[in-house]
Write a protein that binds this ligand. Structure first.
Ligand SMILES: *[C@@H]1O[C@H](CO)[C@@H](O)[C@H](O)[C@H]1NC(C)=O
Ligand SMILES: *[C@@H]1O[C@H](CO)[C@@H](O)[C@H](O)[C@H]1NC(C)=O
Ligand SMILES: *[C@@H]1O[C@H](CO)[C@@H](O)[C@H](O)[C@H]1NC(C)=O
Length: 337
């Protein structure tokens, strides 16, 4: 090729560069999004999953996400998840002796309340992300979600209420320790209304098969948390109450915290009453007023409850990894929880 003047060389050069870039861009689009690798350093409470195959895709339909629990793959991992309990108890250690890839993120993971978090001081300055039930966690992993239905259901409210409500109130509880605030509320409430109690605390455990059918016979379920902490709302509400179809009477964080994740008319809060006696009287009146009781099922026309295991939430987080803020270090985990 001959150039008539040297002035034509520069535009020509720019054009060639642009074409190369375009070809590369198309090539990259064809190659698809980056595959991310998540390493589960150890399993919470020893409850492991078989991660064989393309786990996230096969189980939860999330492509381009490799989840492994093989510690030998540390250097390839984009994200490493550490569950708090085993760290604070010394059964597991952070791999501080290994060379940590520059872009690798370490995740501090816990579903427990701060009461069980132990001494977090030694773990400050290591973690880039948090994974908890807090809504402002980097990886939000609550015990349950309320999800809008695709279209509003128009069935009569009665169809949402389980048949055979034979008991007024019930509660499944593992410990009736006197130092739990909830125990005092229960002791007082049972002098006003009958309460059926199940669980290890009273040597009447319910297994997976009997749990929900038993609770569904109760008009109300006492979804009382062991300890009261900001946003700490557990399976007491999401599984035992919502999944069984008993109206939850909640005790835990303030009403605002519940309303941030659940419909305001889907539960009764202990704090809504000036005394436990008043709460008991209200429950009696409500159970006798079929129409008013049914109004606590209104939300079920528009919403359903979903419970997702944390591994599913970790898989679903994969596509978001690239768009997370580039740099973050938790220097004070205590202040954060
Ligand atoms: C296209 O991408 C493949 C890898 O995905 C690479 O080997 C190849 O060199 C790329 N081609 C161009 C023209 O960039
Ligand atoms: C763990 O990963 C290493 C390195 O990729 C590999 O050599 C080894 O076979 C893996 N172990 C298991 C149990 O998959
Ligand atoms: C992750 O945290 C470590 C501190 O342990 C820090 O050195 C590193 O730069 C952080 N990485 C990112 C991507 O934020």
């Amino acid at each position: 090729m001959r150039f008539r003047s040297r002035r034509q060389i520069l535009p020509m050069f720019v054009l060639v560069c642009l074409i190369i870039q375009l070809v590369q861009l198309l090539n990259r689009t064809k190659a698809g999004p980056k595959t991310h690798k998540i390493l589960v350093w150890h399993w919470p409470f020893g409850n492991s999953f078989n991660l064989d195959g393309d786990f996230c895709k096969d189980k939860f339909g999330v492509p381009n996400c490799i989840m492994t629990d093989n510690q030998s793959r540390f250097s390839e991992a984009d994200v490493v998840i550490f569950h708090n309990r085993e760290l604070i108890q010394g059964q597991q250690r952070l791999p501080v002796n290994l060379k940590r890839p520059e872009k690798q993120r370490w995740v501090w993971f816990s579903m427990e309340s701060p009461e069980k978090h132990g001494d977090l001081m030694p773990f400050n300055g290591y973690f880039n992300w948090t994974m908890t039930y807090h809504q402002d966690a980097d990886i939000y992993s609550p015990y349950g979600f309320m999800v809008p239905k695709e279209s509003e259901a128009h069935e009569p409210l009665e169809s949402f209420i389980p048949k055979d409500k034979t008991d007024l109130a019930c509660w499944v509880v593992s410990s009736l320790s006197q130092h739990h605030e909830r125990t005092a509320i229960y002791e007082k409430l049972k002098t006003v209304i009958p309460i059926k109690v199940y669980g290890e605390a009273v040597n009447k455990p319910l297994d997976d098969q009997t749990l929900l059918p038993t609770i569904s016979r109760c008009s109300f379920y006492l979804a009382f948390e062991t300890s009261v902490f900001r946003e700490y709302i557990t399976n007491q509400l999401w599984l035992n109450a919502y999944m069984s179809g008993a109206v939850p009477v909640v005790f835990g964080p303030i009403r605002d915290d519940y309303e941030a994740v659940a419909q305001p008319d889907s539960f009764i809060h202990v704090n809504d009453f000036s005394s436990v006696e008043e709460l008991g009287e209200f429950l009696k009146t409500l159970a006798a007023d079929r129409e008013r009781y049914a109004s606590y099922f209104n939300w079920r026309r528009k919403y359903t409850v979903e419970i997702k295991h944390w591994v599913e939430l970790a898989c679903q987080f994969c596509p978001k990894i690239s768009s997370m803020p580039p740099h973050r270090v938790y220097e004070d985990l205590d202040a954060w929880q």
